[in-house]
Ligand binder design. Structure first.
Ligand SMILES: Nc1ncnc2c1ncn2[C@@H]1O[C@H](COP(=O)(O)OP(=O)(O)OP(=O)(O)O)[C@@H](O)[C@H]1O
Ligand SMILES: C[C@H](N)[C@H](N)CCCCCC(=O)O
Ligand SMILES: [Mg+2]
Length: 224
């Protein structure tokens, strides 16, 4: 059983894109692979149900059907920080419940990818954030770096915070969210040198990035 916590240098940097590509990458090795979005904000209402784009993308990329209540335990409409969305909904996010959902999902799959909301310190409640959740799940972390000016700082801050949290950084992914980033290759070289984990791969800037597959030797090494 392999579980990884997917974090990013920020919100909107490609965590969902990378999660979907990894799901297909692990499936290419004959593994059952599913994702969980513990707390989803920015949901829309469809036929009276709260629907989240991340969760829909995960479902399309995963290869094992899983119950919605496990894959996406908390959904909120406003596209705001989860702790504010939960507060406005009068709901307290329970880490115990999230850990129990993850444990149940782990019985249904070979690989479980848990996509955080926002970045590493995005709040879940007034007392806990994504770091605390990742620690509770005790999952190795995969960092998605949104390749745009400013990402070097955010990447090192995130990697240092993961280490300070006592969790292993299993790898990182360079996601080209800005196709026009100046000196892309030089920035990538800097990240390869200073991030204390293997680069699992690069994701090109493409219209249907979430539909791609990330299957590199470094990805295969994660599940060796
Ligand atoms: N490599 C890429 N090429 C083209 N578009 C991309 C790429 N990566 C991300 N995007 C687009 O950028 C937006 C944000 O990506 P994504 O939803 O994966 O970010 P996220 O980090 O999961 O955000 P959140 O914090 O809301 O979960 C989406 O519209 C997505 O389609
Ligand atoms: C709505 C957005 N797409 C994400 N789901 C939530 C982003 C939380 C960001 C919290 C923060 O300001 O760091
Ligand atoms: Mg996402």
């Amino acid at each position: 059983m392999n579980t990884f916590f997917i974090t990013g240098t920020d919100t909107d940097v490609g965590k969902t894109v990378a999660t979907c590509q990894l799901l297909r990458g692990f499936a290419a090795h004959g593994l059952r692979a599913v994702a969980m979005k513990p707390v989803a904000s920015g949901c829309t209402t469809v036929d009276g149900e709260l629907v989240n784009a991340d969760v829909e993308a995960h479902r399309a990329a995963g290869n094992v059907p899983v119950p919605d209540e496990l894959a996406s335990p908390y959904r909120f409409a406003p596209p705001i920080s989860p702790h504010l969305a939960a507060r406005e909904a009068g709901i307290t996010v329970s880490l115990d419940h999230l850990a129990a959902c993850a444990a149940q999902l782990q019985t249904l799959t070979d690989v479980l990818l848990i996509e955080g909301a926002g970045g590493w310190h995005a709040p879940l409640t007034d007392e806990a954030d994504m770091q605390v959740l990742a620690q509770r799940l005790n999952a190795p972390v995969i960092l998605v770096v949104g390749m745009r000016l400013g990402c070097l700082n955010h990447a090192l801050l995130s990697a240092n915070a993961v280490a300070a949290a006592g969790l292993p950084l299993a790898g990182w992914i360079a996601n080209r969210i800005d196709p026009n980033m100046d000196r892309y290759a030089d920035n990538l070289d800097w990240l390869k040198r200073y991030l204390p984990a293997p680069m699992l791969g690069e994701i090109a800037h493409t219209p249907d990035a979430a539909g791609g597959t990330l299957d590199t030797p470094a990805v295969a090494q994660l599940i060796a």
